[in-house]
Design a protein around this ligand. Structure first.
Ligand SMILES: *[C@@H]1O[C@H](CO)[C@@H](O)[C@H](O)[C@H]1NC(C)=O
Ligand SMILES: *[C@@H]1O[C@H](CO)[C@@H](O)[C@H](O)[C@H]1NC(C)=O
Ligand SMILES: *[C@@H]1O[C@H](CO)[C@@H](O)[C@H](O)[C@H]1NC(C)=O
Ligand SMILES: *[C@@H]1O[C@H](CO)[C@@H](O)[C@H](O)[C@H]1NC(C)=O
Ligand SMILES: *[C@@H]1O[C@H](CO)[C@@H](O)[C@H](O)[C@H]1NC(C)=O
Ligand SMILES: *[C@@H]1O[C@H](CO)[C@@H](O)[C@H](O)[C@H]1NC(C)=O
Ligand SMILES: *[C@@H]1O[C@H](CO)[C@@H](O)[C@H](O)[C@H]1NC(C)=O
Ligand SMILES: *[C@@H]1O[C@H](CO)[C@@H](O)[C@H](O)[C@H]1NC(C)=O
Ligand SMILES: *[C@@H]1O[C@H](CO)[C@@H](O)[C@H](O)[C@H]1NC(C)=O
Ligand SMILES: *[C@@H]1O[C@H](CO)[C@@H](O)[C@H](O)[C@H]1NC(C)=O
Length: 376
């Protein structure tokens, strides 16, 4: 039977409607930052997280003697120096934590007393397959003199991208952030990136110890760009740009070195992290294969999602929500998500969001052609 011509537009229209209503998981091809695509996501909402073991982050426990710590004191990374301090109300977005003080993940440096080891707090992501990405953390640094607060990407001592804050350097008129690529050169220079091209001190227009600000670095194959509250600070390129995969870290430490961390601090120094957001590519062939299977048509509507950027300090009041893809419906198919979401969709380290069945334009058009051929 030959299909009367006038019904064809109707068939097409209803198919278009069918296509529009097909369940499509947003962002399944990834997340874009100013046109650069990243296939993976790791978001952590420390304002609403009590169980650190469910966030994809691991508390670091180790110690190094003073000679290895390259300062007059040794360093002791201890679990008790890392404390989750979520908001009292899971519906709020600012305020005090359950243990008092600003809510968020607390990393503490304590006075060593008579011991030669300075207790410090450090976290590392479980995932170590991060190769290129845009990484952000909202942090309030300590006002106690004598620590180094750091947000960084790490593989080893010669492959490292660092944003470091030295509380001893803060005064009324000076609030620098130290931007560093630790490279083979800085190892040769006696672990002093200051003697290499991959070091810069940038004056921030605000006091990092007086509230939360978003620190960010975007790592590309040929360069690293640093930002604060969405404002571009500096780009570094050359041999110091790492090419191998590693993980993301948060740390506050002191070794008493007067030329760097200073300290130890007289009292507990608290660094608080309210969130971390990472949009990145994976070096893992399994994850790359998952992405290829998941991403049927990169040009389909909402197949990629733009990462929203901030233009000022984050979270200024209790109702100003921070945006997380992982707190929306269907925007993190088969991604790593964190626990503690107030609008709980799913939680758990490496909990993998249910894969949705996505039907590409190509599949639908093929089906339509087959159907019409069958009808005629
Ligand atoms: C998410 O996707 C699934 C499967 O495609 C669908 O059943 C569900 O309704 C979607 N939820 C929302 C809120 O879009
Ligand atoms: C976005 O990328 C374009 C080049 O594609 C560049 O000129 C521009 O400066 C970038 N903008 C930001 C905010 O990085
Ligand atoms: C990340 O991976 C995607 C998919 O392979 C690719 O299109 C994109 O260019 C990569 N991004 C960077 C910064 O290498
Ligand atoms: C995390 O630790 C809590 C106890 O502190 C335990 O109940 C929970 O099962 C742990 N979760 C995972 C994913 O290990
Ligand atoms: C770390 O991730 C791997 C998957 O790469 C998983 O098998 C393992 O259980 C995770 N470990 C922790 C402590 O979450
Ligand atoms: C760091 O890792 C890279 C890449 O695996 C390796 O080539 C280099 O020798 C390592 N450097 C140190 C100091 O361990
Ligand atoms: C603040 O620190 C800067 C840089 O170390 C220094 O030049 C300046 O004199 C200091 N200002 C005050 C008021 O201490
Ligand atoms: C989701 O990711 C996991 C971990 O990489 C993988 O084992 C699984 O096959 C993926 N599922 C889909 C449907 O892509
Ligand atoms: C999905 O696409 C629509 C229309 O293009 C757009 O308004 C919306 O912001 C997109 N959503 C995401 C999460 O990118
Ligand atoms: C909280 O911040 C949001 C976004 O900046 C603003 O729209 C809202 O009016 C603020 N609410 C209060 C109570 O200040």
């Amino acid at each position: 039977m030959v299909m009367p011509l006038f019904t064809r537009p109707i068939a097409l229209l209803s198919t278009a409607f069918l296509f529009a209503s097909v369940a499509w998981a947003d962002c399944e091809c990834g997340y874009t930052v100013n046109g650069t695509l990243y296939t993976e996501l790791l978001e952590t909402d420390f304002l609403h997280t009590n169980q650190l073991n469910e966030t994809g982050w691991m508390t670091q426990v180790y110690s190094v003697e003073s000679d290895a710590a390259r300062g007059p004191f040794g360093k002791a990374a201890e679990a008790k120096q890392v404390a989750p301090n979520p908001l009292k109300s899971r519906y709020d977005w600012a305020g005090d934590g359950i243990d008092g003080g600003d809510a968020g993940l607390q990393l503490l440096v304590s006075n060593p007393g008579k011991s030669g080891m300075i207790p410090m707090g450090e976290m590392a992501t479980n995932r170590s397959d991060m190769r290129y990405g845009s990484f952000r953390a909202a942090i309030q640094l300590t006002g106690q003199k004598g620590t180094c607060g750091a947000f960084f990407w790490y593989l080893n001592n010669s492959h490292e991208i660092d944003m470091e804050f030295l509380s001893s350097q803060f005064n009324e008129s000076s609030h620098p952030v130290n931007l560093v690529l630790q490279s083979e050169d800085s190892v040769k220079a006696g672990y002093d990136a200051g003697n290499t091209n991959d070091f810069d001190t940038y004056q921030l227009p605000f006091d990092p110890s007086e509230g939360f600000n978003e620190y960010r670095f975007d790592w590309f194959e040929d360069r690293v760009e640093f930002y604060a509250n969405g404002v571009f600070l500096k780009s570094m390129s050359g041999e110091g740009v790492p090419k191998d995969p590693g993980h993301l870290m948060l740390s506050q430490w002191s070794n008493g070195d007067p030329r760097w961390s200073g300290g130890p601090p007289k009292q507990d120094a608290v660094m608080t992290v309210s969130y971390v957001k990472g949009y990145f590519n994976s070096s893992d062939t399994q994850r790359q294969g998952d992405w290829k299977n998941r991403c049927k048509d990169i040009n389909a509507p909402n197949a990629t999602c733009e990462v929203p950027e901030i233009t000022g300090p984050p979270q200024t009041n209790t109702t100003a929500k921070t945006f997380f893809f992982s707190q929306q419906q269907n925007m993190t198919v088969n991604q790593t998500v964190s626990g503690g979401n107030p609008n709980t969709i799913e939680s758990g380290a490496w909990s993998i969001h249910a894969s949705t069945q996505s039907i590409s334009t190509f599949t639908l058009l093929s089906a339509l052609v087959l159907f019409m051929n069958w009808r005629s």
